[in-house]
Ligand binder design. Structure first.
Ligand code: SAM
Length: 234
């Protein structure tokens, strides 16, 4: 069992559990005082901890020893236009597993979603990190219109614009301009002519191909992260 905790971790320092965590550990997973589990907080690696108190609405864990160092992924962000709820959840979960450093949902001209449940998506990212053995939880930002994001963009970070009109061999890491990068994936309808014009004119945007076939948006997000994040060493 791996559990994300919000507290600083230190050997021998007991940490309180929330009611939800107590329900999961003692009600669902049937842990009892003396049992061991792994905990992480996204900053201090992974620790082995022991249950030192167990109740219906709370309890306590005491970290003992660090079992893995903190491993932050390479600095690649994922920006994507949310699609249907289940597939948006899927994108966030897979992005956390594949090591996206930050996840930014963007509203584009052809995006259906008017709003997202940021807290729910953040919880999905956290669960994915618990399940995949990661010690890092990417921050999921709130939905932001693409135009506003570009207005305030720090051009030290290059946008890799997954451009469905550029079908061809997938972009390799070796051919990319220097990072850090943020990948931009469009919605099912692609990008509007106005967005294409704006992205095409921005000096900090590089249009890239994800291969010779048009991928669905969720596949495109996974493909981009697999292509580049994996090659970057995560
Ligand atoms: N409706 C668009 C069309 O027919 O051209 C396709 C949009 S595609 C389903 C959704 C998003 O995935 C695109 O906006 C793009 O960001 C990305 N994408 C899909 N396949 C791609 C490819 N082969 N190369 C680059 N980006 C791709």
């Amino acid at each position: 069992i791996r559990l994300h905790l919000d507290h600083p971790l230190g050997a021998g320092q007991p940490l309180p559990l929330t009611a939800d965590q107590a329900h999961y550990l003692f009600g669902v997973m049937r842990l009892a005082p003396g049992d061991a589990l792994l905990v992480f907080n996204g900053r201090q690696g992974e620790w082995r901890a022991t249950v030192t108190a167990a109740g219906k609405r709370g309890g306590e864990l005491t970290p003992e020893v660090q079992t893995a160092p903190q491993m932050d992924p390479p600095d690649l962000w994922l920006m994507f236009a949310p699609i249907k709820k289940a597939r948006t959840d899927f994108i966030v979960e897979k992005a956390a597993e594949l090591g996206a450093a930050r996840i930014l949902p963007v509203q584009t001209d052809y995006t259906n979603a008017e709003r997202i449940r940021q807290d729910r998506l953040q919880a999905h990212a956290l669960e994915a990190a618990e399940q995949c053995g990661g010690t890092y939880v990417p921050e999921v930002a709130d939905l932001m219109p693409l135009a506003r994001l570009l207005d305030g963009w720090d051009d030290a970070r290059r946008i890799l614009w997954a451009d469905e009109s550029r079908l061809g061999p997938a972009q390799t890491l070796a051919g990319l301009p220097p990072g850090p990068w943020a990948v931009l994936i469009g919605p099912e309808g692609g990008f509007s002519p106005a967005e294409r014009a704006r992205l095409g004119a921005a000096p900090y945007v590089t249009p890239v191909s994800l291969g010779p076939r048009i991928l669905r948006a969720d596949t495109a997000a996974c493909a981009a992260l697999t292509l580049w994040q994996t090659a970057l060493g995560d």
